[in-house]
Design a protein around this ligand. Structure first.
Ligand code: G3I
Length: 328
């Protein structure tokens, strides 16, 4: 007889799923309850901020891995996989790089240096890297306002993958973006880009769907079909930043809808062969949603502000247990 799973982590491990959360270093540092729940419920972490370039290379040529190392230590002690996030993004670039106005050649040199130093430093300890984050606009065009695009056009995207692979051949390399969960121009553009990379031997191994979608977005088979398209290219598919804001003021009815919708999104993702589902945090105490939405949305995660499991936690746990029972 198998023991009954009472945590997301135990239930996910039975079906070979990585279930993760963003890791907030300030929260970890200031609140002792944070680490206990994180390690109990999840087997994977992504640094919410601390592995982004503005933290890792605050001045040109000066790398600071100290805060990221704290996360790596925690993950190692708790036997959790690490999704590295992110090597290249238009946001949270250090000021010297954002405002540098470098020529194409110098920009590529800086890119190679950053990607190679970071990947080599964490080699063997980072399971996957979000190599490039959000290089596409919602209409499927390139994000031309990105300093990286302005300095190198689209060249930075594939070079980053090549250099990351050289520095850490074992890490799985991902392209990560939002707003591709349903069919549309952005997902199509991403599909074309990744198919082209695969055809030309650019080392890309997976695609990350961020999954920042409020509860009003009731997902259906179109979501699973979209994920499957990328699986059919031979790519690993991860949900990398899932959360689900509720409109304020939050009602019990909305919390119930959230529970149903979380279970539905997990079910569709599992049916499509997703191998990791990472939430963008786990406690409503520390979520980017209220500040980003200027108070319009809140309570986006599975635990409340006092670390108590919400109906959404229970529904995800039930769903994972059902999936486990089916696979036995
Ligand atoms: O580092 C400063 C700190 O010095 C200062 O005291 C503090 C005061 O507000 O701000 C700190 O910067 C904050 C930074 O996170 C690091 O903690 C910024 O204000 C804050 O806006 C920034 O937000 C992050 C955001 O990315 C930046 O765009 C969120 O925490 C983080 O959740 C969010 O994560 C992104 C993913 O990386 C990519 N996909 C979208 C997702 C949500 O936006």
């Amino acid at each position: 007889m198998t023991a009954v799973a009472t945590t997301l982590r135990a239930a996910a491990e039975r079906i070979g799923l990585r279930i993760g959360s963003a890791f907030s270093f300030p929260a970890y540092n200031e609140d002792s309850r944070y680490a206990a729940v994180l390690a109990r419920e999840f087997n994977c972490v992504t640094a919410e901020n601390e592995m982004k370039p503005m933290f890792l290379q605050p001045e040109r040529g000066r790398f600071d891995f100290s805060t990221a190392e704290r996360l790596l230590d925690f993950a190692g002690e708790q036997d959790m996989a690490v999704r590295g996030h992110t090597l290249v993004w238009h946001n949270q670039m250090p000021l010297w790089l954002r405002q540098g106005g470098f020529s194409r050649l110098v920009a590529l040199e800086i890119l190679r240096d950053h990607v190679q130093q970071v990947c080599a430093h964490f080699r063997g300890r980072v399971w996957c890297w979000d190599v490039v984050n959000e290089a596409l606009n919602d209409d499927g065009g390139w994000r031309e306002k990105s300093p990286w695009f302005q300095m190198t056009q689209t060249e930075y995207i594939e070079r980053a993958f090549v250099w990351a692979h050289e520095a850490d051949p074992e890490a799985l390399l991902f392209y990560n973006d939002y707003g591709m969960e349903l069919a549309g121009a952005k997902g199509d553009a991403c599909y074309r880009m990744l198919r082209d990379f695969l055809d030309r031997g650019v080392p890309v191994h997976g695609v990350g769907f961020q999954g920042h979608l409020g509860v009003e977005n009731r997902l259906d088979d179109a979501f699973a079909n979209q994920l499957r398209r990328f699986r059919d290219l031979g790519l690993a598919v991860h949900i990398t930043e899932m959360d689900m804001g509720l409109p304020c003021p939050v009602t019990d009815e909305a919390r119930q809808q959230q529970a149903e919708e979380y279970a539905r999104r997990f079910r569709l993702a599992l049916a499509a062969g997703v191998s990791a589902i990472v939430l963008w945090g786990f406690t409503d105490r520390y979520s980017w949603v209220p500040s980003f939405s200027k108070g319009a949305y809140d309570e986006a995660l599975l635990f409340d502000r006092e670390y108590q499991p919400k109906p959404a936690w229970q529904s995800v746990l039930n769903l994972l247990k059902e999936a486990g029972a089916r696979s036995e």
